[in-house]
Design a protein around this ligand. Sequence first.
Ligand code: HEM
Length: 143
Amino acid sequence: MEKREISNRDDIVLLVDSFYDKVKADDLIGFIFNDVAKVNWQRHLPIMYDFWEGLLLDGGNYKGNVMDPHFKLNKLIPLEPAFFDRWLQLFEATIAEHFTGEKATLAVTRARSIKGIMLFKMDQVNRPGTDKQIPLVNPGNKQ
Ligand code: HEM
């Protein structure tokens, strides 16, 4: 398939749909979405379109709180570094498969950064007292 730039809402929809197709089918993290959180995809996907449109194209109108659902989920199943690594791996694979250009690079940079921050925050909850072992400078670059 020819790779394209991320330039409009349709591209965002392709990105998000392809990514969650991988997530749902994944042997390591699929069950978290399918069986633990039992995600309502009809509801969740439009939220994700807005989220990524906001990050990449300055549209989308996302007004949620990114961390909240993950803290709640983390109480049902501790969100381990390995889960985050797989999440990012699938995201990067989705980008590489479909997209090219500046926004594609930006999507990966943003995903890495938020993943780093989210993992750092989950670690503070899951392993209190160990946070000083994680470099505080630019946690977004930590994978
Ligand atoms: C192990 C990693 C992750 C898991 C298992 C996970 C799982 C989930 C689940 C189950 C939801 C709630 C869906 C629902 O029922 O509405 C959710 C929401 C969301 N996730 Fe993640 N997530 C992960 C990492 C990330 C990362 C790294 C990002 C950002 C780059 C992200 C962005 C979001 C956003 C924006 C929402 C919607 C929040 C809202 O409702 O406003 N997630 N995630």
